[in-house]
Design a protein around this ligand. Structure first.
Ligand SMILES: [Zn+2]
Length: 269
C-alpha cells in the first residue's frame, strides 16, 4: 500500500517537473525569437523570391560591420497611427543610416525631385516611385520616434541586383558592394555613446512585432463583430444606429433598418 503512495507521489512530481521544464524552454525560445527579430531578416514582407534574396544579401553585408553599429532589419513602427516599414536602420555614433533596398535589374534613371524613376529592361521603360522620397518619409518617421535632429540621419538607397545606376542625385544611390564602405566612410561622431544607447533602446521598444501586429488586427476585427452583434441584439442598426424592424421578405423574415431606403442594412432571422 505504502509503495503505491510513494510511486504515486513520484509520478506527480515527475509530471510537474516535466511540465515546468517544458514551459521554461518554450518561454526562453519565444524571448530569444523576439530578441533576434531586429537582428535577422524576416521574410515574407517583400514580394517574391527576389526581395528575399536582396534583403538577405544586404543583411549579410551589414553583419560585417563592427559592434559599434547596431543593425535593425525589416523595421516595423507606428507613427501617428500609420505603420511604416523600413528595410534597414543602422545606429552608430557616426549617424543613423536609413536604408531602402531595391531589387531591380536594368538601367535605372532618376533624380532627387522626380516623383517617379524609370528602369529600362530590353528597351522597355518601367516606372517606379522615387525611392529617395520613400526613404525621406522613413527618415521623418524615425525622427518623430527618436526625437533627433534631421542632420544625424543618413538616407541610403541600395540596389541589390544587376543594375546599371544612371541617376544624378545628391543623396546616396549605390550598389550593394558599396554599402559597407559608404557607411564606414562616415568618421565624424555626431551622437554621443549615451545618445546611441538611447536611440537603440527607443527604437527597440517602438518596434511592432509581427505576431503582435496580426493579433491586434484580429482583435480589432473581433471587437467590431461583437459590437455589431450587440447593437443588432438591442434592435439598433449597426450602420446608422436607427431602429431595426422585423419584415417579411421573399426569403423569409428578416431584420431591416427603419431608415430604408437611405440605409439598406438587413439581417436574416
Ligand atoms: Zn440603418
Amino acid at each position: 500500500m505504502e509503495i503505491y503512495i510513494i510511486l504515486g507521489i513520484l509520478v506527480i512530481v515527475f509530471v510537474l517537473f516535466a511540465a515546468g521544464g517544458k514551459k521554461r524552454t518554450s518561454t526562453k525560445k519565444k524571448g530569444k525569437a523576439a530578441e533576434q527579430y531586429y537582428k535577422t531578416v524576416t521574410y515574407g514582407k517583400k514580394s517574391g523570391l527576389k526581395g528575399m534574396q536582396g534583403e538577405d544579401i544586404i543583411q549579410e553585408k551589414l553583419s560585417e560591420l563592427s559592434q559599434n553599429y547596431t543593425v535593425f532589419n525589416d523595421v516595423y513602427v507606428k507613427v501617428n497611427g500609420h505603420s511604416v516599414q523600413i528595410d534597414h536602420v543602422i545606429i552608430s555614433v557616426y549617424g543613423i543610416f536609413v536604408i531602402e533596398t531595391k531589387n531591380y535589374t536594368g538601367s535605372i534613371y532618376g533624380t532627387d525631385d522626380a516623383e517617379y524613376w524609370s528602369k529600362y529592361i530590353h528597351g522597355n521603360e518601367y516606372k517606379f516611385r522615387n525611392p529617395l522620397k520613400q526613404n525621406y518619409y522613413h527618415v521623418k518617421s524615425l525622427q518623430d520616434i527618436l526625437c533627433l535632429p534631421g542632420k544625424v540621419f543618413i538616407p541610403i538607397v541600395v540596389f541589390t541586383d544587376n543594375v546599371d545606376i544612371r541617376c544624378e542625385t545628391r543623396e546616396f544611390v549605390i550598389y550593394v558592394n558599396q554599402l559597407k564602405s559608404t557607411v564606414c566612410g562616415f568618421r565624424n561622431p555626431v551622437l554621443s555613446p549615451a545618445m546611441v544607447n538611447y536611440a537603440v533602446n527607443k527604437l527597440n521598444t517602438s518596434l511592432i512585432l509581427d505576431k503582435d501586429r496580426e493579433k491586434k488586427h484580429a482583435d480589432s476585427i473581433n471587437q467590431y463583430i461583437t459590437e455589431k452583434n450587440n447593437l443588432i441584439n438591442q434592435g439598433i442598426c449597426p450602420r446608422c444606429k436607427s431602429k431595426l424592424i422585423e419584415r417579411n421578405g421573399r426569403y423569409g423574415r428578416f431584420l431591416g433598418c427603419s431608415n430604408y431606403p437611405q440605409c439598406t442594412f438587413t439581417k436574416e432571422l
